[in-house]
Design a protein around this ligand. Structure first.
Ligand SMILES: [Zn+2]
Length: 69
């Protein structure tokens, strides 16, 4: 089991100028950003916030569930 810190994305969740105010930052590879519009704000294991599109929120869930393995 894992608990999740996920809520509906809002630009105010991120500091001015942060990429997460405009785009999904959980996906992509650092060179090519994910083209998906941000739909959720998620928090990683280190407590940092990211924007996730409806597709990449699933990879966030998968990441958190790695503790189960
Ligand atoms: Zn994405």
């Amino acid at each position: 089991m894992a608990t999740f810190d996920i809520r509906r994305w809002r630009p105010e969740d991120f500091s001015a100028g942060a990429a997460s105010r405009r785009q999904c930052t959980w996906g992509g590879d650092g060179v090519t950003p994910c083209p998906g519009p941000p739909a959720y704000t998620v928090i990683d294991r280190a407590g940092r916030k990211w924007a996730a599109c409806s597709r990449h929120v699933l990879s966030h869930i998968d990441d958190r569930l790695r503790d189960d393995e």
